[in-house]
Design a binder for this molecule. Sequence first.
Ligand code: ZN
Length: 278
Amino acid sequence: MSKVIITVAPTGAWPSKKDNPAIPFTPKEIAEDVLACWKAGAAMAHLHMRDDNGQGTMCKEKFKETVALIRESCDIIINLTTSGDLNATDETRMEHLTEIVPEVASYDCGTMNWSHNSVFYNTPPFLEKLGNHMRELGVKPEVEIFDAGMVYNSFHYLKLGVLKAPIHYQFVLGVPGGMDATVKNLVFLQSLIPPDATWSALGVGRGHIPIMLTALAMGGHVRVGMEDNVYIDKGVLANGNTQFVERAARIIGEVNKTPATPAEARAILGLGKPGGDK
Ligand code: ZN
C-alpha cells in the first residue's frame, strides 16, 4: 500500500486547555483546524465536541454546526465519535449520526476500565443497536480496538451481521486500562484481523512514534492529533494539530509512500458507493 490515510483527531473528550492551549474546542476552532490539517495532508477527521465549559459532549447541535463548517471548506472524510461523554445515553451516542450521516463513525468494540478511574461502557445491546443503526444509515464503522478481546468481539458482530466485511479497524494503544502502545502489541493485534480488513493505528504518549513507524512498515494507516497526544516531542507541547499532520506526512514521504487524498481514502475504505450501502 503506497497511499497512507492520515486521520487527524484534533480534540478528543479529555485533554484540557491547561494540557495544551492549542486544542480546538468550539465548532469554529475545530473547523478551522481541520481545514489546516486537510491542507497538510489529512484525509479524515475524527471529531469530538466540547460543551461551553470544555467538557466532552454528545450535543448534536455542536456536531451539526462543526460538520457544516467543515463541509463548506473541504472534502475531508468526516468521522464522528460515538463516545464523546461517559455519561451519555445509548440514544445520545447515536442521534447525531441520524441527522448528520457522516461517512464514518467510531464503534468501540467492548467495555473497558478507562484510565483507572471510570468505566467505558459498550454493552452487548448497545453494540448491536449501534452497528445496526450505522448499517441502516450507510455509516462505515471505524472499529476501535483497545485490547485483543475487542478484536474477537468484532468477529462476533460480523457473524451476526451487525458489522459488515471488510471491517476498518483503528488500534488505539496506550490508554490506561487497554493495551500498551508497543510494537509487539500492534504486530499481535494486526495478526488477528481478517485479510480483507483495512486498519490504522495510534499510540498515546511515548508510543506515538513507534506505533506510527510500525503501522507504516506493516502497510497500515495512521492517526495523529491532540485527542491522543498534546506533546510533539518529549516535554515540548505541540503548537497545533497541523504540526502532527505535517510530521506524519513528512515521515510517510521518507518511506516512499504518499498521504492519501480524501478521494483515495474513500476508495481504500470503500466509502461512497451508490445506494447508501457504504
Ligand atoms: Zn475519539
